[in-house]
Design a protein around this ligand. Structure first.
Ligand SMILES: [Zn+2]
Length: 275
């Protein structure tokens, strides 16, 4: 095939095609998710533990694309934030969405410093968080109030959790939220206000909590989400032994198809926006 044909194929492939493309990137032990909206805008959720994410992005995004429209940081643990440092340095980031939780970590300080240097606006989520990109909506599930300046015994429990909504499709991003907070969300989902459920958790696709750990993905929580597809982001032979065997069995009992970045590499999904 001639170089021109290769180029043409690439250009056709990279045109926005009405689909939402999602890649759960193989960044080793950590989380990093890249998305291309039907309008050709790019969204990221976390960046994994190191610069591996840059190579993964380079293999997916067109070489001329230097813009990330929205960058989500679930929480400031190294396996989520470190890779974002290189991304902020190399890409033009439109805005950062994060909790602003208080946490001692040099990488977190550097993250704030880089964002300020590069002039990236930060949106600190609270109960009034509302974001829409074209036909894609973001439904914030946790936290319901600002966590700015608040510290946690376990910063996993500050994870920004949301559902992405595109047509009838819902994709659940759980960060590393753990059982105690999952239980709070289950209670909220069971409560009603004026006869209507006050919190909806249902989703077609679930990014498993905390790399498939046994301290997340509790039975009642994943039952309410009831996903058809679960993606587990973890590193091969990781020292935490993620994912937990009992968690895998739980997803299988629910009838969900489980995909893992440690076994499959990048996990790619495309969604149409049909109503
Ligand atoms: Zn993590």
């Amino acid at each position: 095939m001639s170089a021109l044909m290769v180029m043409l194929g690439w250009m056709i492939w990279s045109l926005p095609d009405g689909l939402l493309h999602i890649w759960f990137l193989d960044v080793g032990q950590g989380d990093s998710i890249l998305m291309e909206t039907p309008l050709g805008e790019w969204i990221m959720v976390d960046g994994g533990p190191d610069d591996t994410v840059l190579a993964r992005m380079g293999g997916i995004m067109p070489y001329y694309e230097r813009r990330i429209k929205v960058m989500f940081l679930s929480h400031p643990h190294a396996d989520h934030i470190n890779g974002l440092l290189g991304v902020i340095g190399r890409y033009e980031v439109g805005s950062i969405v994060m909790s602003g939780v208080k946490y001692q970590y040099a990488g977190y300080d550097k993250f704030y410093r880089l964002a300020a240097e590069r002039g990236v606006p930060i949106i600190f989520v609270d109960g009034s968080f509302d974001l829409r990109l074209g036909k894609i909506g973001f439904d914030l599930i946790y936290p319901e109030r600002s966590l700015q300046g608040i510290s946690f015994d376990n910063v996993n429990n500050s994870s920004v959790v949301f559902r992405l909504i595109y047509g009838v499709n819902r994709v659940f991003f759980s960060g590393d939220l753990e059982e105690v907070k999952e239980a709070e969300l289950v209670r909220q989902a069971g409560a009603t206000v004026h006869g209507r459920a006050s919190l909806h958790l249902r989703a077609d696709i679930l990014k498993a909590g905390h790399h498939g750990s046994k301290t997340s993905n509790s039975e009642d929580f994943v039952r309410l989400i009831s996903p058809a597809v679960v993606v587990i982001s973890c590193g091969i032979d990781n020292k935490f032994r993620h994912p937990f065997a009992g968690t895998l069995e739980r997803f299988q009992r629910l009838g969900a198809a489980v995909h893992r970045t440690d076994l499959e590499g990048d996990v790619a999904l495309s969604l149409d926006g049909k109503k």
